[in-house]
Ligand binder design. Structure first.
Ligand SMILES: C[S@@+](CC[C@H](N)C(=O)[O-])C[C@H]1O[C@@H](n2cnc3c(N)ncnc32)[C@H](O)[C@@H]1O
Length: 349
């Protein structure tokens, strides 16, 4: 309704909903539409804000990072089925990422939504092929994502929730949500909201943590108990625990693991799962990802299939990377399966 603009972009102002009268600020070029959050949701937003703003640099990726992001994006969305030829036995192993050349044809001309975009790494991948991409996230990491994508002119960000996405139904050709809905109180419901956004001929792709996430017993018991404890802390305290206790424990595990007999002797030290990552910052961020979020659920493929089918999506498929699924909004009748057209001008409302 008012505000300052720079060229075509509105950088500050207020959005007014003519139907309900609610207003939402625009700041830094980003509509702030998260609204009032519950205590647990605020904790989720603050946790991930801390994680992204402390450990992720707000800059475009290096070519090596971009290759990994391309590989992760396509193998978790299935938007390029060719990617599965580059999967190793371990779907989390990105060793062959550099051999993979992405084919973004399924995104060409598409209006896409990155639901839970975090620092925008996958928004950027989609933007390389799609006509227009919107990144949505609950927290201030949208500012990080916007900074990391500042060289792209077909990307915008909105601060808001996948539980109440601030878009009109059937606004998007491709909706993808990678590692997000398991951080919401009701992932099935979140998927339903995302499914409503998918246009005819469009698709929703979702990746969530699989039931194997916490490891096998007794590790899973220890890991879950630690998550329950740490996720009660404020985000700065959780960060201190990760930096001062869990990260050194991970380094100790790495040293002990070099000798089999030492590993056996110190077996209890290995009851806590600490992801091993080469860079310190990245390892601390991964530890926080594991132990910090208050909402964190794990799922099986068939369960995710049911969520997508509940949105009246069809041809729902579990992809080779567990637990990622894709479903399509096929119109009934002879036009079924017609691909999206390049040059579509419909943008997310
Ligand atoms: C593990 S990160 C994944 C980010 C990104 N998809 C990626 O893979 O890099 C989870 C993200 O989900 C976001 N998130 C959690 N609950 C959300 C909600 N209700 N609405 C929107 N985003 C949410 C968090 O803020 C966080 O950025």
């Amino acid at each position: 309704v008012d505000g300052a603009s720079a060229g075509d972009e509105i950088v500050s102002g207020t959005l007014l909903c003519e139907r309900c009268g609610d207003t939402y600020p625009i700041a830094g070029g980003i509509p702030r539409m998260a609204g009032v959050m519950s205590g647990d949701e605020r904790h989720t937003a603050e946790h991930f804000e801390m994680e992204f703003t402390s450990f992720v640099a707000p800059r475009p990726p290096t070519p090596g990072e971009q290759a990994v992001n391309d590989f992760l994006f396509y193998s978790r969305t299935g938007f390029d089925p060719h990617v599965f030829e580059f999967l190793n036995a371990d779907p989390y192993d990105t060793q062959r990422a550099s051999e993979y050349v992405p084919d973004g044809e399924q995104l060409t001309g598409a209006v896409a939504l990155d639901a839970g975009c975090g620092g925008g790494r996958f928004t950027r991948v989609a933007a390389a092929s799609a006509e227009y991409v919107v990144g949505l996230d609950l927290g201030r990491q949208v500012d990080w994502a916007a900074a990391a994508c500042r060289d792209l002119d077909n990307v915008d960000f909105v601060q808001g929730s996948v539980r109440k996405p601030p878009f009109m139904h059937r606004s998007f050709d491709r909706v993808f949500s990678i590692g997000v809905v398991h951080h919401t109180p009701d992932p099935a419901e979140s998927c339903l909201r995302l499914g409503e956004l998918v246009r005819e001929h469009g698709a929703l792709a979702v990746w969530v943590y699989s039931d194997a996430y916490w490891g096998s017993w007794p590790r899973s018991m220890v890991n879950r108990a630690l998550n329950r404890r740490i996720s009660r802390f404020g985000s700065e305290d959780a960060k201190r625990v990760a930096e001062r206790i869990l990260y050194p424990l991970g380094r100790l595990q790495a040293r002990l693991a070099r000798r089999k007999w030492l590993k056996l002797l110190a077996a209890p030290v290995f009851l806590v799962s600490i992801p091993r990552v080469a860079r310190r910052d990245e390892m601390i961020a991964t530890i926080l990802d594991y132990y910090g979020p208050r909402f964190i659920s794990t799922h099986a493929g068939p369960e995710v299939v049911r969520w997508l089918e509940a949105s009246a999506l069809t041809d729902v498929q579990v992809l080779p990377v567990p637990t990622s699924c894709i479903g399509w909004r096929r119109p009934a009748g002879p036009r079924a399966g017609v691909p999206i057209r390049a040059g579509r001008d419909g943008r997310a409302a």
